[in-house]
Write a protein that binds this ligand. Structure first.
Ligand code: ASP
Length: 329
């Protein structure tokens, strides 16, 4: 029987409604959740690990790095074929992407959660866990990088985002769709995600901020990041990767000071490119030395920049981490 380590890490999957506050709070242990995944013993031997029991808005990038180290140690063990991680869905995509960028293993690592707590009708935790465990034991899932398994769908951690605040199929990969499904406990892949990357670092740079552009925006948030001594800024620009003109001079200052400035789009789908030559257009920003972040949502680009800046001080290398194979570096 194959052995899977299930690392419990809080989120709605471990919550029930507290009658005093009349809202969901973390309360179930890993063992209590596993007891609801009936019949799983016919498929795999489970080793439960209670890593934490927090709502995912409480999870920090430093916590994510601790989790990454914890999973790497489990993956080193010969008796474990794969690891399943439970996580609150709010920041799940950030943790899953960080794990994908920092773990180099052929063994499956599957991140899952629940959109409904155990107090609600239609609690989806046990079904998501059993599908994730089936994925962790499947030979097909080996070498696929970190996968997110929710609602019978498998998405690559490098592509997925939380696209809906309430639906059971909240996790979607914009433009590309899922890589596979788990149907009747069978894992089927329909395509490969080709943009897998590994960043070799044990640390993470926490002085990185995310700034979202809106119409009429000025430079005060960028100026604040500069004064705070940030090493990097991710800018969620408009459309193809353009910003209001009043932000441009501060972006120039940030780049001149040696900060890594990464541009992504606030659009749900599509990537940034230097299409526009007006003030604040992508061409203008690229000429200043801004790095392009392809199709990543801002919150995932921030995780990548935090790891890239922990890995290297060399901005040319940071640019290569973001742009290699995607833009002319
Ligand atoms: N707010 C919850 C959390 O992220 C949502 C969830 O787990 O689905 O912890």
């Amino acid at each position: 029987m194959k052995k899977v380590a299930v690392v419990f890490n809080g989120g709605t999957i471990s919550m029930k409604v507290d009658p005093r506050v009349q809202a969901a709070v973390p309360s179930l242990s890993g063992e209590e959740i596993m007891a609801m995944v009936t019949g799983i013993e016919k498929y795999a031997e489970i080793e439960s690990h209670n890593f934490s029991n927090v709502p995912s808005p409480h999870v920090t990038p430093l916590d994510m790095m601790d989790l990454s180290k914890y999973i790497k140690d489990l993956l080193k063990r010969d008796d474990i074929v794969g690891v399943v991680v439970t996580h609150g869905t709010d920041s799940l995509e950030e943790t899953a992407y960080l794990l994908d960028l920092t773990i180099k293993s052929e063994k499956p690592v599957v991140v899952t959660g629940a959109m409904r707590s155990s107090s609600e009708l239609g609690y989806d935790g046990p079904a998501n866990l059993s599908a994730s465990i089936c994925t962790a034991i499947s030979d097909e899932a080996r070498g696929k990088g970190v996968l997110v398994c929710m609602n019978g769908e498998l998405n690559s951690a490098s592509e997925v985002t939380k696209a809906n605040s309430m639906s059971l199929s909240a996790f979607q990969s914009p433009s590309f769709g899922p890589v596979g499904i788990v149907d009747n406990n069978q894992v089927i892949f329909y395509r490969e995600s080709l943009n897998r990357q590994y960043i070799n670092t044990e640390n993470i740079e926490t002085k990185v901020s995310l700034v979202k552009c809106v119409s009429g925006m000025d430079s005060k948030f960028i100026d604040f990041c500069i004064t705070e001594g940030d090493r990097g800024i991710v800018i969620e620009g408009m459309g193809r990767g353009n910003v209001p003109p009043a932000m441009v001079e501060s972006i120039r200052t940030a780049v001149d000071k040696g900060m890594a400035v990464v541009l992504v789009s606030r659009c749900y789908e599509g990537r940034v490119l230097d299409t526009y030559g007006y003030t604040g257009g992508g061409k203008n920003l690229r000429n200043l030395g801004v790095i392009f972040g392809d199709n990543l949502p801002g919150q995932k680009a921030r995780i990548k920049l935090m790891l890239a800046l922990a890995h290297t001080d060399n901005l040319g290398e940071v640019k290569e981490i973001f742009e290699k194979g995607l833009y002319l570096v």
